[in-house]
Design a protein around this ligand. Structure first.
Ligand code: ADP
Length: 502
């Protein structure tokens, strides 16, 4: 790359008309009110103070397919700026950001300047994707180089090792994207203003599909507008049975597949349907992928439903406990991590200390091994939020009272059985709703987080706030009268005692 190939002076004139920008953003995107408002405020401030150079650095954070990249593209269009993006996923080497010195064989400029060359102007909208997936190793810390890129104090003279002379990045509007804020180096996170993209509920997905995804896929598959119509019930079936996601990426893919099937029939001059019904969804897409929702499974002993927070949004997952004869060992598999271990210990200690409440003989804990399985996938930072679920699964396994499957729960537990607040409430509630759960147990202190949850979701779910694990058991466990037979382990133990007495 030559100096000449980089933009040094060319720049586009910003369109700072707020009305125009609002139109463009609404034209391409449904919902996303917070993000749009923030952008319009930014444009308004710039229009009042055009000389103000400092650009805020926005970070769009949320699961895949929630519109982060496409919103970035629309902002560029609204402002009249060129749009470029670069992915930072897996970048471990500082030189990838800042370039290699020319003495190095095969030297190249870093990704930042290569992308600026593509932009062709000195003031593009520059998206830095997957900033949470930056690595670091012995070849230096790319986050440090990135700090320099994003720092308005320094980025007017960004130094790339290959270019050797400073390059001015101060007119660039940077927007970063991330799936999770937890893994962004704090110094970087500090520089950015975070806008959350939490994921969509079914109603929003239907709207997005009707207004954006379907028209686009119909056009891409060479069909005419209005030639095929997706029935609402068909869209819902695709959402429920063929996708399981917070965003709409797979939904768009499946809609595209449907459209191509129709296009093929049409091009072969065969009869093709003009109304796409739920029945045709199955005919075209094959058997459903997610037909049994978690909530529809049977209530069982020793299995409780946790709501967890992951990079792809919220998730519900079964936490399983199995007890067997042994030496009183506690084993945890699946989700590794000390925090999980501690939660399990706390839950077990609570149960031991209160065994009389459950009609349990304290000695039962001695001759039994406990195996807890927590599925992998939850972000370790989410840590102790599985506490009350583990406690419920344990209590169920020992008392042989079944757990209601349709009750989802999240909360940390202390040794005294108090339930402490946790994070990611909105994502977790959306996941519970998506999975068809009926009741959600949350720590009392998380009440305030409900303001962010769509009304429709709140009206579909029964939300129970708790401060103590006993309240969780009351809601989540079948009453003991449902279970007249005495627990298997208890019977076994008694048999054994009798044998010994004889
Ligand atoms: P992300 O960057 O968050 O992974 P994308 O921006 O790539 O997501 O979005 C995936 C697809 O979904 C794109 O085709 C986008 O246009 C569409 N999409 C997502 N959210 C919306 C929305 N609110 N309105 C219209 N289309 C949307």
């Amino acid at each position: 790359m030559d100096f000449g190939e980089l933009p040094w002076h060319q720049q586009t004139e910003d369109n700072l008309d707020v009305e125009h920008a609002a139109k463009v953003l609404d034209h391409y995107h449904f919902g996303l009110k917070d993000a749009k408002d923030r952008i319009l405020e930014y444009i308004a401030v710039r229009s009042l103070q055009p000389k103000r150079l400092r650009q805020p650095i926005l970070c769009f954070s949320g699961p895949p397919g929630t519109g982060k990249t496409s919103l970035g593209r629309s902002i560029a269009e609204a402002l009249g700026r060129n749009f470029v993006r670069v992915s930072l996923g897996g970048v471990r080497d500082e030189a990838e950001i800042r370039g290699h010195r020319r003495t190095y064989i095969g030297a190249l400029p870093g990704r930042i300047l290569q992308t600026m060359r593509r932009a062709g102007t000195i003031n593009p909208l520059f998206m830095l994707d997957e900033i949470d997936k930056l690595g670091a190793d012995f070849r230096g810390d790319p986050a440090a180089a990135l700090l320099e890129v994003l720092d308005p104090e320094q980025n007017h003279a960004f130094s790339d090792h290959y270019l050797e002379i400073p390059y001015d990045l101060s007119k660039v509007m940077f927007i970063t994207t991330a799936n999770s804020l937890a893994s962004i180096p704090p110094a970087l996170l500090d520089r950015m203003e975070v806008i959350e993209f939490p994921g969509y509920i079914e109603e929003e997905k239907v709207e997005i599909a009707k207004r954006f995804l379907i028209p686009r896929q119909i056009e891409e598959s060479g069909l005419q507008d209005k030639e095929v119509v997706f029935r609402d019930a068909a869209i819902r079936r695709i959402i429920r049975e063929y996708t399981y996601e917070a965003g709409v990426r797979n939904l768009e893919r499946e809609i595209g597949r449907m459209c191509r099937k129709v296009a093929r029939l049409k091009s072969q001059k065969k009869r093709y349907p003009s109304q796409l019904t739920p029945h045709l969804v199955e005919k075209f897409l094959g058997p459903p992928q997610f037909f049994v929702s978690e909530a529809e499974r049977q209530d069982e002993v020793g299995v409780a439903t946790a709501m967890a927070w992951t990079e792809t949004g919220g998730e519900i997952m079964p936490v399983e406990v199995l007890i067997m004869e042994g030496k009183g060992n506690l084993q945890i598999t699946g989700q590794v991590g000390d925090i999980m271990q501690e939660s399990a210990q706390a839950a077990l200690s609570y149960l031991k200390a209160h065994c009389s409440d459950f009609d349990l003989d304290p000695s039962v804990f001695e001759g039994l091994d406990i195996h807890i399985h927590v599925p992998e996938g939850a972000v370790p930072k989410d840590g102790p939020s599985a506490g009350i679920t583990i406690a419920t699964a344990l209590a169920s396994a020992f008392t042989e009272r079944k757990v209601y499957r349709e009750v989802g729960m999240t909360g940390e537990i202390t040794l005294r059985g108090r339930v402490l607040p946790i994070g990611g409430v909105r994502e977790k509630i959306l996941a519970a709703h998506r999975a068809g759960l009926k009741t959600v147990i949350l720590p009392e202190k998380n009440k305030k987080d409900l303001v962010d949850v769509p009304k429709k979701v709140l009206s579909d779910l029964k939300i129970v706030f708790v401060t103590h694990i006993d309240e969780v058991f009351r809601v989540a466990l079948h009453p003991s009268s449902d279970n007249p037979v005495q627990p298997r382990w208890k019977a076994k133990k008694e048999e054994k005692n009798e044998e010994e007495e004889e």
